[in-house]
Design a protein around this ligand. Structure first.
Ligand SMILES: NC(=O)c1ccc[n+]([C@@H]2O[C@H](COP(=O)([O-])OP(=O)(O)OC[C@H]3O[C@@H](n4cnc5c(N)ncnc54)[C@H](OP(=O)(O)O)[C@@H]3O)[C@@H](O)[C@H]2O)c1
Length: 327
């Protein structure tokens, strides 16, 4: 397969997460074009499918003619070399099973919990699958992505170069074993929301102490950014950085004592643990479906599309009953 500079990057689904990655990719591609990097493997065209007219208008208003927006998923597969999967995990089987993969396609799955093997079962041997757990800060180049590749990792392959270019535009990335992806869903995917909650509390506390809301909001954002930046540039453990600002008997150690007394640390650990477990549950649900798909394939020669539909209907019923989590 040839993956050349100017290739087409597709998106199946572009809501909060897909749009964040799309925005970073467009910005990066424009910057690369301006720099004229002949050896880079950078997308030159973007084609995106969504379900509703509302989302089509949203994307057209935001990106104009930089993006072709369609409602036909097959068109995205047919026209793209690399396709980002940006729909919800419970939709995977229903969407992917209906498509035909007539040429070799690299699929980058943003789906929480859903394993590479599940995606492979829902697609065809004509695909190469990469799992990427990221977050919405990707849209301003400050995302954190955990990457796992199907099979062996080849650092110099065009696939790796294209994927790593993409996630360099969205922020930082690390390679992880696929078995660690559920923990990454909790830390990279969910923890930004935990941090926003902490920021809200900082703002509320500052307002309670007399600061105007706008001032408190500006300060809280910079405090969180600054703390993260310090941890990054010094490479020091946060406990050590915290030690630097605790004057004996001072304001900080007294404030920290309240946080420890109210078990904030334990609550955060619990939140990450819960998010990891939910991601594992999503994965188990997908695996059960691929297992039932395999058994059905062996048991009879019924039409594959019909079978996929039957399984997805029974799955949708189960999922409706269980009310799937949003990640
Ligand atoms: N949000 C996060 O912070 C986050 C973090 C980590 C991972 N993720 C993962 O990212 C994925 C997307 O999450 P999200 O929060 O971005 O969800 P979202 O905002 O609900 O976006 C879902 C997208 O899928 C589209 N879609 C729905 N049905 C479709 C179909 N049949 N064919 C094609 N597209 C279809 C939707 O189109 P319409 O808008 O037209 O309905 C929408 O663009 C999930 O798998 C999630 O696990 C999200």
């Amino acid at each position: 397969m040839v993956l050349e500079n100017g290739y087409t990057l597709g998106f199946l689904g572009s809501g909060k997460m897909g749009t964040a990655v799309l925005a970073a990719a467009i910005a990066g591609a424009e910057a690369a074009k301006a720099q004229n990097l002949p050896d880079a493997i950078v997308p030159g065209r973007f084609v995106v499918s969504v379900r509703t007219a509302k989302s089509r208008v949203r994307l057209q208003e935001r990106f104009g003619d930089k993006v072709t927006v369609v409602t036909d998923n097959q068109k995205v597969i047919d026209e793209s070399n690399v396709v980002v999967l940006g729909f919800k995990p419970y939709m995977a089987q229903d969407i992917l099973n209906r498509l035909h993969y007539s040429h070799f396609t690299i699929l980058i799955s943003l789906l929480a919990g859903t394993s590479i093997e599940s995606i492979r079962q829902f697609t065809s041997v004509n695909t190469f699958i990469v799992r990427a757990t990221t977050n919405t800060a990707a849209q301003c180049g400050q995302g954190m992505t955990a990457l796992s590749y199907q099979g062996e990792y080849h650092p110099d392959s065009p696939i790796t170069l294209a994927v790593e270019w993409l996630f360099n535009q969205t922020g930082k990335f690390v390679m992880v074993e696929e078995s660690k992806q559920d923990a990454c869903v909790a830390l990279c995917g969910s923890a930004p929301a935990f941090t926003y909650l902490f920021m809200e509390a900082l703002i509320d506390g500052a307002v309670k102490s007399g600061l105007p809301l706008e001032t408190a909001q500006t300060m809280a954002a910079q405090v969180v950014l600054g703390a993260g930046h310090m941890a990054q540039v010094t490479g020091r453990h946060p406990a050590s950085l915290r030690g630097d600002v605790c004057t004996p008997g001072g304001t900080t150690i007294n404030g920290l004592a309240i946080l420890e007394d109210r078990a904030v640390r334990g609550a955060v650990i619990g939140a990450l643990d819960k998010a990891t477990n939910i991601s594992q549950d999503i994965g188990r649900a997908a695996n059960e479906n691929t297992a039932s798909l395999d058994q059905a394939r062996v048991a009879s020669h019924i039409n594959l599309a019909e079978m996929a539909q039957q399984i997805s209907i029974s799955r949708r019923n189960t999922l409706n009953a269980a009310r799937q989590p949003s990640l």
